[in-house]
Design a protein around this ligand. Sequence first.
Ligand code: ADP
Ligand code: MG
Length: 704
Amino acid sequence: MQNALSYDVKFVGGVGEARARLLTRELDIRTVGDLLYHIPYRYIDRRRIYSIGEVDESLESTLIQIRGRITGISYSGTGRKQRFMASVSDTSGSTELLWFQGIKWIEKRVEVGREYIIFGRPSFYRGTFNMIHPEIETVEQALSRKAESGFQGIYPSTEKLSHGIGTKAMSTIMTNAWQIAKDGIEETLPEAIRRRNALMPLREALYNIHFPQSPELLRQAQYRLKFDELLGVQLTIQSRRSARMARGDGFMMPRVGELFNGFYREKLPFPLTGAQQRVIKEIRSDMISGRQMNRLLQGDVGSGKTMVALMSMLLAVDNGYQACIMAPTEILARQHYAGMVRMTEGMPLNIGILTGSSRSRERREALEGAASGKIDILIGTHALIEDKVVFKQLGYVVIDEQHRFGVEQRARLWTKNERPPHVLVMTATPIPRTLAMTLYGDLDVSVIDELPPGRQPIRTYRYTDASRLKMFGFLREEIRKHRQVYIVYPLIKESEKMDYKDLHDGFESISRDFPLPEYRITVCHGKMKPEDKEAAMAQFKRGEADILIATSVIEVGVDVPNATVMVIESAERFGLSQLHQLRGRVGRGDGQSYCILMSGDKLSREARSRLDAMCQTNDGFQLAELDLKLRGAGDVHGTQQSGEAFDLRIANLAADTQIMQLTRDEAVALLAKDRTLSLPENSGLRRLKERYASHEKMDFSQIS
Ligand code: ADP
Ligand code: MG
């Protein structure tokens, strides 16, 4: 017998051909099973009936029920402006119901003198309220309808769908779907897991998620379904990981050779921090494990990730392999190139560079050198991904500031070899634990949790335009101490012109406010030619400019230790992790550094929390957690593409950390015993895994 869950949704009572098409088009619901996993995002207590007199502005736009008698009806306007009004009263007061559409339909159903249950959202105007397009039914109808539950689920909908299927219709459809589905629901979890985690059976959970029998049962149902969802995700991720571990096709790099040792003895400009040493050891143990390394290196801005990258690349070269490092911007790639060439001067090491704006000679040298094996380390931007770039023996890939790259871009570096190289993905944007477990669950994680010695915490202040002169005064003082200053303007894709204008207006006002010839100002923005950008950066870096006015092109990686002040204009237009990244441009030397957030007076609550958080902490991890809370997982920097990857319906990556941890542990244990989930008792789990593997929009095994 065909399982009831796979029946076409059109056979559910109340659906039919037209609504089925609508459900499929708008919500991708095709079967009874799909419908069953369409989960309410909110519930209202249908037993609760408000008296008209108690409805106040705190209930603006929330769905409520009132019960009252229609005392009169009226029409106004004509044609498309026509509307239909009904007055309704109970013992405590009266209100108006309004319809702008479907008047022919509703006027037949509203009878003066009759009592109705009215269900809708009050909107207030000058202290009184009305209800626009409420759903209504007679008290007799309401009583005769045998509700499954006193709580009515409110389902996610779309503009188009809500016209075709209202709240009430959706409830009816769900009730009918349940009748078809209830005996076809198969448990997904083995008894032991259910018991260990005190989870209610799946059937009960699905029933209570649609028709809660009590608030407590609803809570348990939600917990159970979140658990299923996250377990499905973890099974997908962890089975990839164990497959990678089992493959054993990682390049062996056992030698610690002349390059690494020579560099360590003679070139290292400072002692490594304990954290840097530890991470290098972790990378090295991966290199001799026989397994391909997939490692995420998290370290706050300024923690010295570049040195880890360089030294681990030297290890790869010591073993006869080539290495490459991909940076997100031209500026950053050039900076890495200059820095690494300088630090390894005199060593038998060939470093090349390739970016989108490499001129013919540089390009030719890079391409030929990579292909022939003459180049040991190739540094570059996205240009490294191009098909033309072929390596003789690429063994090690570093991706800097990974959040700036799309998943696909990263994946393409991977395919440059038949055997995958070891991959180190570096990020200064701390990824909250839950996200890391989901999005990068297949990666091993290293953390640099220690800043180089002598750094003083950056002091962050928030100023409005009224304090602009004070801010300029402060900049003067710092420049007098021979410190350098960044002033950054937002760059928003949609309105590059406007940003450009902001930046230029800013430049002019600063030139006006700093009329003294001894202030040297330089400008750097995305519209400039790469060589001009680079020249401006180089000038600033050499200390030949006191102020660098820039758009957020300088957000990542730029390293000028003498710069101690970061002024961020229109700071409210930046996201939290972007602000933190920008702030990380200062505080890189031993001078006290400052970050000044300029903003307008009128800020949204969210913008205000962001700026306040910046003033309160320098801890990137704390900021990342907060960012996740404020913006939701889908939107956290660098996870835009990845946040929705698993199409979670009920679990929330920000809130459900604990369930995530539990499911991860269960998944690891399950796969250790039954790697392919082929034991009979695990057949439900296999379905669970497939459900989320198919929802997954990208293949994360290819990230790195
Ligand atoms: P990030 O982790 O943000 O990429 P960088 O690698 O750019 O940080 O390093 C920031 C600054 O700290 C650089 O100027 C670098 O030379 C310096 N640095 C790195 N490691 C150390 C260390 N162990 N001791 C002192 N300074 C260091
Ligand atoms: Mg860096």
